[in-house]
Design a protein around this ligand. Structure first.
Ligand SMILES: [Zn+2]
Length: 274
């Protein structure tokens, strides 16, 4: 990929970026571009829904991708103009009626712009699915050996659980306690700038190790990076914890809200229960 990171080159990389299998040099270009390009961030947000497909066998997910499409109303990025006659046209073909009435010309322009967007989305989805199939042939085979629902989501961040102060909490691979932030919501982190330096976001995609219950996901941060989520909560560590096994961030009020350790219910490896 060229170092300037044009929209086209960046978008061709979003699939592998999302799966974590992107080359480090390309990743830097993608992150830099996403930080300044809302359009590409929007594409990334669309693609971020894909990890849901990964929990199913890759071949099945791939088979489903060509059928994926958006309802005409679910296309907020296509502009503020409401779509007149948003009922699907047979075969997505040209406008009925030959007369190029001024409104008709505008409408058909709009329709073809929408069709272009859809074609590009479909192409991106197919690309991402192809990447997944390739990955499935290698390391992803591991995932298939696990019981459904315990699902591996990614190849980058591994999450674990540990007992801290008698409570089973979610941790990163090094054993550092993970936190959620009250002002966050399932699609957006409210912790940016200096907050994110004190409370570093956990990068996505994330995989749950043994004992990790709950649903892992990802959101796109304002800088274009991906942050892991657990049951809809964007995840963080804190610089207040100097060693694994600490939870100094729990209950703390900082950066406009309260911080909580992520308490995992169910069995953890250290609990000794089955
Ligand atoms: Zn762009």
């Amino acid at each position: 990929m060229d170092a300037s990171g044009t929209c086209a080159s960046v978008r061709s990389q979003l699939g592998v970026y999302l799966t974590g299998s992107i080359l480090p040099a390309d990743r830097a270009v993608v992150v830099r571009h996403l930080a300044t390009c809302p359009a590409c961030r929007s594409e990334l947000a669309d693609l971020a829904g894909l990890p849901g497909l990964l929990r199913r066998p890759a071949c099945q997910a791939a088979a489903e991708v060509p059928g994926l499409d958006r309802a005409p109303s679910a296309n907020p990025a296509s502009g503020s103009a409401p779509m007149p006659g948003s009922a699907p046209m047979p075969g997505g073909g040209p406008m009925p009626g030959g007369g190029p009435a001024p409104g008709g010309v505008q409408l058909s322009r709009l329709m073809s712009s929408v069709a272009r967007r859809r074609r590009r989305r479909r192409w991106l989805l197919a690309l991402a699915a192809a990447v997944l199939v390739v990955v499935a042939g290698t390391g992803w085979a591991l995932r298939l050996a696990q019981p459904p629902g315990s699902g591996t989501r990614t190849v980058t961040t591994v999450l674990e659980t540990d007992k801290v102060g008698g409570v089973t909490v979610l941790t990163d691979a090094e054993g550092y306690t993970l936190y959620w932030f009250s002002p966050d919501n399932p699609t957006m982190s409210a912790c940016v700038a200096s907050c994110a330096r004190t409370w570093p976001p956990v990068t996505a995609p994330a995989v749950g190790g043994a004992g990790v219950t709950g649903t892992l996901g990802a959101i796109a941060r304002p800088d274009g990076s991906l942050q892991a989520t657990w049951d809809g909560h964007p995840l963080y560590t804190t610089t207040a914890d100097k060693l694994p096994g600490q939870a100094k961030g729990d209950g703390v009020w900082d950066s406009g809200g309260q911080w909580h350790e992520v308490v995992v219910t169910g069995s953890a490896p250290s609990s000794g229960r089955a």
